[in-house]
Design a protein around this ligand. Sequence first.
Ligand SMILES: Cc1cc2nc3c(=O)[nH]c(=O)nc-3n(C[C@H](O)[C@H](O)[C@H](O)COP(=O)(O)OP(=O)(O)OC[C@H]3O[C@@H](n4cnc5c(N)ncnc54)[C@H](O)[C@@H]3O)c2cc1C
Length: 309
Amino acid sequence: MTTHAPRAAQTVTLPVSLDEAVAALSAMPAAVPVAGGTDLMAAVNSGLLRPAALVGLGRISEIRGWQYLDGHALLGAGLTHARMGRPDFAALIPALAAAARAAGPPQIRNAGTLGGNIVTAAPTGDALPVLAALEATLIIAGPEGARREIPVSHLLAGIEMLRPGELVGFVRVPLLHAPQTFLKATGRTGPGRAIASVALVLDPARRGVRCAVGAVAPMPLRPLEAERWIAGLIDWDGDRSVAPEACTAFGEYVAAACIPDPAPAPGASGEGGEGAEPAAEPPALPPAALHLRRTVAALARRALGRALA
Ligand SMILES: Cc1cc2nc3c(=O)[nH]c(=O)nc-3n(C[C@H](O)[C@H](O)[C@H](O)COP(=O)(O)OP(=O)(O)OC[C@H]3O[C@@H](n4cnc5c(N)ncnc54)[C@H](O)[C@@H]3O)c2cc1C
């Protein structure tokens, strides 16, 4: 008879500093880091992962808080969603706090961490569109005290990966001192994974609007043209208001950029001169995609309206 009982890891190490954790990982190449365990243990329990050894990150106090550095906040990778959802953090980075408050039920928010959310890189990771809109970077700790910094988007796109023995130590986030929002649609009432989410931040110093759409693609999408268009309509020196029609058009612009119309079939351009076949109708967006596009449009419209209110 076979059972699906997961085999326990042979070794569990509990370092108290980032460099100790890196050293433990380097010494045991088969070891896997674990923070809150909400993603990792789900993979172990379902038999997808059988780590030979675990390096627990929960006792590393240096990555469980945040500090200020040159107009940025340096967030520890071990910050839990519950901690980021509290009012003092919300005053600092409101969109990330809103995403943290929406990240699953309370048990998950108490254990799940920012670093785990980033490294799992699930399309439905709620912190990810916020970090994309904020153009956050990761400070990665490597062997022998080495540190390197990469954009979060590079890790999510697979342009740069974590190397053996490396850990995400901190997330560097610019402090913009301006309204920002995160909105999420789920397929149910109560806590649930996003079917779509939108993070939107205002950057008055650069007169910019930055928006990222989550859950509709493997990584957050930035509708750059829509961002530039709406930023050009905002009266940055005045009350920063825009007409309601502009908010609606922005929502549709964002949604169409992230969920585009299907490409026309080859040879369906209708060109070809006299006697040629009339142009074929462009293929319609399937109903589920159309529904998702409307959802994204509504989220983006509301996110902009709230940020400018
Ligand atoms: C029931 C349920 C509901 C959920 N709902 C949501 C939701 O609504 N929204 C959402 O965004 N997520 C949700 N999640 C997913 C999960 O809670 C989050 O992704 C969480 O942030 C993961 O953090 P963790 O500390 O538990 O990661 P872990 O499970 O400990 O680790 C996840 C991965 O990251 C790696 N890792 C962790 N920390 C580091 C580090 N510092 N450096 C390098 N690698 C690291 C681990 O090796 C592992 O591969 C849900 C999960 C469950 C089980």
